[in-house]
Design a protein around this ligand. Structure first.
Ligand code: UDP
Length: 237
């Protein structure tokens, strides 16, 4: 299937992607591999910014279920994304790529605060910008952050790297004959309650005409392939 060519993209990496084979936390080899994926895309001429999740370390909902106050738990989750962002930055810098981490929760001695115009300038200069700490507000997710930053940074598309190769009509890990869509509308994703991203992220992308490309990031080389309009993925538009 051919997909449109994009110039500037936002890559959403869930925290779980960074766990690799582990059950928790950050696996250095996986960070290095994911950094390589981003680097290959950069080499192919794309402008890239990244939103990282934190689910490999801490999720607000799980924290709340365990007895923490929801808002406090969400702040803990946001701090977890900063650790992941620093890991990805480190991976990219080891490969020689210029990157900046911008956090929605200012922490001056660790990274830059999120300033849209500054992020824009970094991207114009060819740097890879990694957005950390979600939106900076509890009760949101990093999926919503990805949609928000994609809109703010005028990205042509949001690439959602997952452990499956697209959007299916049922969970392919549970239903053997689940069918993958090549293309699907925002409305159908919302109406059928398909688990692509949370509803607020989908709605934000729909409102701002930002297509979401769902692809398997666990397959080495796949980001560059899908960016080239080849390979297997689902486009939500
Ligand atoms: N979070 C938040 N506000 C945001 C983004 C994230 O409160 O704008 C918190 C929330 O608790 C969430 C955690 O940070 O569970 C980690 O983010 P997420 O679950 O989206 O990470 P992912 O599933 O992508 O690894």
């Amino acid at each position: 299937m051919t997909r449109p060519a994009y110039k500037r993209i936002l890559l959403k990496l869930s925290g779980e992607v960074l766990m690799g084979q582990g059950q928790f936390g950050i696996e250095p080899e996986t960070v290095a591999r994911v950094a390589g994926e981003i680097a290959a895309a950069k080499d192919a001429g794309f402008e890239i910014c990244v939103v990282v999740g934190g689910g490999n370390i801490f999720r607000g909902l799980a924290g709340a279920a365990a007895g923490f106050d929801r808002a406090s738990a969400d702040y803990m989750g946001m701090l977890a994304t900063v650790m992941n962002a620093l890991a990805v930055q480190n991976g990219l810098e080891k490969l020689g790529y210029d990157t900046r981490v911008q956090s929605a929760i200012p922490m001056a001695s660790v990274c830059e605060p999120y300033i849209r115009r500054k992020a824009e300038r970094h991207m114009e200069k060819g740097r890879i910008v990694i957005f950390a700490a979600g939106t900076g507000s509890p009760y949101f997710t990093t999926d919503t952050t990805a949609a928000l930053r994609a809109a703010e940074m005028n990205c042509d598309a949001l690439f959602k790297g997952t452990s499956v190769d697209g959007v299916y009509n049922a969970d392919p890990k549970k239903v053997a004959d689940a069918v993958r869509y090549d293309s699907i509308s925002f409305d159908q994703v919302l109406n059928d309650n398909l688990k692509v991203m949370d509803a607020s992220a989908i709605a934000l992308c729909r409102e701002n005409n930002i297509p979401i490309v769902v692809f398997n990031i666990r397959e080495t080389g796949n980001l560059a392939t899908v960016l080239a309009g080849q390979g297997v993925a689902t486009i939500v538009q």
